[in-house]
Design a protein around this ligand. Structure first.
Ligand code: PMP
Length: 334
């Protein structure tokens, strides 16, 4: 089949059984490799869906200037998608952006707007949103994607991975285990799967130090997973269980994943794998667990795959677990 553009190669990602990594487990663990999307991550899905739906209904036109506060995979995916539609794109970023991601956004022709002032919380979240709002006031053609509140974010995953999983799997999965940031992925996939498999249990994986599920803020380095504010999209009642994983645990699981399965993945993939390791000890024998591996390892060479960084994260991990007994790390919700 010949595609008309790179965007038509978004999706139809493979599902792999992780039989080497979970050889001794009583569970079957399946992973959908969203890392194989052309822009390198699961965020290709909402970028394409949001822009194409906007273009079709006219809320986005040929002169639109697409704006988003993102230093990561969504900014890269939007920059790629805007190339195909000839749209201007600006990512509002802060000094914490990884140099690799900055370069990738620029290679795709995206502009960046750097905020340098910290907000009242000591981070950049509020200053980034203020800069987005300033751009929207100044530029009549500016369109804000607003991934934390945009319903099309979860809908992209509902029609994307959700539909593909039902097509590819011949029998239900018992547990869906997914890393969460905006919650678009977890809500989109789980809403679609629950229509077919009403008994599905949904397990959200969050970063230690993220405030998504009401736990206190704590230093965290890995991008992609967790959030410093609760997204408008998040419906906590649809999530059965939350597992918190810290940066060290994520990186250690990433390294096991590449060693045992030859899958070179990003930080949040390790978070999901570490969470499945914990979950598999609690679930009935023979349970079928499905996860998504959201991005590839190259964007994490200076974190997950860097030994000095890992040693620093291990120190932080040891301090944290010495203060808190590890059996409080799994919280039941809803
Ligand atoms: N993992 C990675 C690497 C991501 O970039 C994202 C999106 N920020 C997620 C997980 C979480 O996805 P969502 O925002 O849909 O919850």
């Amino acid at each position: 089949m010949i595609h008309h553009s790179i965007l038509e190669s978004v999706g139809n990602t493979p599902i792999i059984r992780l039989s080497r990594l979970f050889r001794d487990s009583q569970c079957e663990v399946l992973a959908k490799l969203e890392m194989l999307n052309p822009g390198g991550s699961v965020k290709d899905r909402p970028a394409r869906y949001i822009l194409e739906r906007g273009l079709a209904e006219g809320s986005i036109g040929p002169n639109s200037h697409i704006i988003e506060s993102s230093s990561g995979n969504l900014a890269i995916a939007l920059a790629m998608t805007c190339r195909i539609y000839g749209l201007r794109f600006t990512a509002v970023i802060d000094p914490k952006i990884s140099p690799i991601n900055l370069k990738i956004i620029q290679c795709y022709g995206g502009n960046v707007e750097l905020v340098t002032e910290k907000d009242s919380q000591g981070g950049y979240l509020e200053t980034r949103i203020e800069r987005v709002k300033y751009l929207l006031r100044e530029q009549p053609d500016a369109v804000w994607i607003n991934q934390y509140a945009n319903e099309r974010n979860w809908q992209a995953h509902y029609h994307g991975e959700g539909a593909e999983i039902l097509k590819d799997l011949d029998r239900p999965v018992d547990y869906l285990v997914l890393g969460v940031s905006t919650s678009g992925t977890v809500h989109g996939i789980s809403r679609r799967l629950r229509e077919a498999w009403p008994k599905l249990k949904v397990v959200a994986v969050d970063a230690v130090g993220s405030v998504l599920f009401g736990t206190p803020p704590y230093p965290r380095d890995l991008p992609g997973i967790g959030a410093s504010r609760v997204p408008e999209l998040l419906q906590r009642g649809e999530i059965d269980q939350v597992i918190h994983i810290d940066d060290y645990e994520s990186a250690a699981a990433c390294r096991e994943l590449v060693e045992r399965e030859g899958i070179f993945a990003g930080g949040s993939s390790g978070s999901a794998i570490a969470a499945i390791g914990r979950l598999s000890a609690q679930v009935p024998r023979g349970a079928r667990i499905l996860t998504v591996l959201p991005d590839r390892g190259e964007r994490y060479l200076d974190t997950v795959y860097d030994d000095e960084w890992l040693a620093r994260m291990q120190d932080r991990h040891l301090v944290r677990i010495s203060k808190k007994s590890s059996n409080t790390l799994i919280e039941e919700t809803a």
